[in-house]
Every structure is written in C-alpha cells, then in structure tokens.
Design a binder for this molecule. Structure first.
Ligand SMILES: NC(=O)c1ccc[n+]([C@@H]2O[C@H](COP(=O)([O-])OP(=O)(O)OC[C@H]3O[C@@H](n4cnc5c(N)ncnc54)[C@H](OP(=O)(O)O)[C@@H]3O)[C@@H](O)[C@H]2O)c1
Length: 293
C-alpha cells in the first residue's frame, strides 16, 4: 500500500487529488497551508517524518501570476524554496516526490507542442519561480522525482476560467474573450489520475506533461461553456490579447506534448472537450452553491 502526503491540499488541484486518493482507499495525509507552510524547512521535515509517506505530491504554490511580477522574491520562496525543502526532506526520509509545475516555464511562442525535454525560457516571474522549483527537485532527487507540468487548469474547488464564465453568463449580455492564445484546458481530476498512475508505475523519474489532448483558445473554450450552460455562444466576442493590459504577459502558445507517457505505458489525458463535458455538472453545482451563499 502506497502512503501519500499532499501539500497545498486546500487548493484546487490538492483538493481533488486528496479526494481521488481517498476514493481509491489509499492512505493519504492532506496538509493545507495552515497545516504546513512549505517555506518552513523544519516544519516540512517534521511533517514528512510524522506521516512517513512513500510519495509526496507538492500542490502548494504561489499561483497569482500577475502579483508575482511585483513580488518575485516571495513567489520564489514558495515555488522554489518550498519545493527545495520538500526535496531535501524526501531525500533524507526516502520518499518519492511529485512536483506540480506549469506551461509557463516555456516561452509560449512555439508553433508545435512543447516536448518534455525542450529548453525552458520563462517570460514571467511566476514561470521563473516554477522553473526554480523544477530544478530544485530534479537536482536533489535525480532518481526519485517527477515533475508533472499542467496548464489551463479548472476544477470545482477554486477560481478558474470555466467557473468565471458560468458566473458571468448570468450577469452580462456579452463577453469579450481573447482568441489568440492557444492551450489545453485541463480538469484537475484528470491531473490527479495521471499523478496516481505515474506513482504506481515503473515510470522513469523526470518530466511528464499532464494536460488534455487537442488544443483550443480561451474564446472557443468560452463558447463551449456557454453551449453547456444552454446560452447562445455568439454572446462571446473575440478580442486580441493586446486589448487587455496585464502585469504578466500571457503565452500565445501553451500546448504541451505527451510523448513521455509512452515510456511507462500510461495513456495521456484525453481530448479537452470530452473532459470538460464530464467535469461540467460538478463545476455548475459548485457555481450554484457559491451563488446561493
Ligand atoms: N491553476 C492553473 O491554471 C495552473 C496551471 C499550470 C500549473 N498549475 C500548477 O498546479 C499546481 C496547483 O495549482 P492550483 O490551481 O491548485 O492552485 P491553488 O488553488 O492556488 O492551490 C495552491 C495552494 O497552495 C497553497 N499555498 C500557497 N503558499 C503556500 C505555502 N507557503 N505553503 C503551503 N501551501 C501554500 C495555497 O494556499 P492559499 O490559498 O491559502 O494561499 C493554495 O491552497 C501549482 O503547482 C500550480 O503552479 C496551475
């Protein structure tokens, strides 16, 4: 039986990962930020010593992409320093470590999917701090760490684009959404299943991309969501990214390749639209619960 410890367990991915493990009957310790601040090295050692996990999954992160531009040191303390603390503790106590990372480690200007071994070139403070986390983990645990990069995440337990569209559909007659950024909308439940499959496999340590297959734009995704709500998709209007001014530039192309999964014989996550349709009832229910009170 594999014993798990999940950090950032109160976040969007962490919540669904702990639930997926519990549903399988796997012993899991989920620690949210109040339980364990990953920037506290002594607390990290203490928590891992106490839980004696076989696998630690680091879902804790500074995820405020725009705020990181003005607070890179603080974001680095969590995304780089926190990952390093976990890697040191896992090395000392013999646990494997799964570090969740992001498409933002790439420049986002490619024309074909980014391979797992392609050179990173982050263009944002958030991306730089997440890359520091990847390097901290792979450098300290070369034989027993996985970096699982994901992107365009949505789930029932956190703010995200899908939930925002469901909410705004009820509030606004039309919505302007960018149509020049390409990516793979990815359900947290799918990422959780990939992480579980990875840890249970004989997969080589290293980098894996846990994003949906296929690709789309935020504009086309918004239209799909309106269709699912039963609203007229033509209420979504396309705009260029240049119409929005944000502190952190958004990647134009965030499509990740999935070749590494063939090594352990694990199927990559399926097509983004099929996952969105499966996820939708839970997301709608979460939005309705939030609106009710
Ligand atoms: N969301 C996306 O679209 C996306 C895309 C690509 C990759 N990712 C990656 O996926 C992972 C999970 O992201 P998510 O969407 O689930 O983010 P999230 O909902 O923001 O969850 C992150 C959690 O980490 C916690 N946290 C922050 N600082 C911490 C610290 N010092 N110690 C312990 N916990 C801390 C946060 O707590 P508070 O809420 O109290 O701050 C939050 O509960 C992250 O590694 C992220 O970089 C996300």
């Amino acid at each position: 039986m594999t014993r798990w410890l999940v950090t950032g367990a109160g976040g969007m991915l962490g919540t669904d990962l702990v639930a997926a493990l519990a549903a399988r009957g796997e012993p899991v310790t989920g620690l949210d930020r109040a339980d364990l601040d990953v920037t506290d090295a002594a607390a990290v050692i203490h928590a891992i010593t106490r839980a004696r996990p076989d696998v630690v999954v680091n879902c804790a992160a500074w995820t405020a992409v725009d705020d990181a531009e003005a607070s890179e040191e603080r974001a680095l303390a969590v995304n780089g320093g926190g990952a390093a603390n976990l890697a040191v503790a896992c090395a000392a106590l013999g646990a494997r470590l799964v570090q969740v990372s992001t498409d933002y480690v790439f420049a986002g200007d490619a024309a074909r999917p980014y391979a797992e071994d392609e050179g990173p070139a982050p263009c944002t403070a958030y991306g730089r701090t997440k890359l520091a986390g990847e390097r901290a983990v792979l450098g300290r645990l070369p034989g027993s760490a996985y970096v699982v990069r994901t992107a365009w995440l949505y789930g029932a337990h956190g703010p995200n684009f899908v939930r925002t569209m469901i909410k705004l559909e009820a509030q606004r007659p039309t919505l302007d959404v960018v149509d020049d950024q390409h990516g793979q909308p990815t359900w947290t439940v799918d990422v959780a299943q990939q992480i579980i499959a990875l840890a249970h496999s004989t997969a080589a340590p290293g980098i894996y991309h846990a994003t949906s297959s296929g690709q789309t734009t935020w504009f086309a995704l918004a239209r799909e969501i309106f269709g699912l709500v039963g609203a007229d998709p033509s209420r979504i209007r396309p705009i260029p990214s240049s119409a929005l001014s944000r502190p952190a530039p958004r990647p134009a192309y965030s499509v990740l390749g999935h070749d590494a999964w063939t090594g352990p014989g694990i199927a990559p996550i399926g097509e983004w639209r099929a996952s969105l349709h499966r996820a939708f009832p839970a997301l709608l229910a979460a939005c309705q619960a939030a609106a009710a009170g």
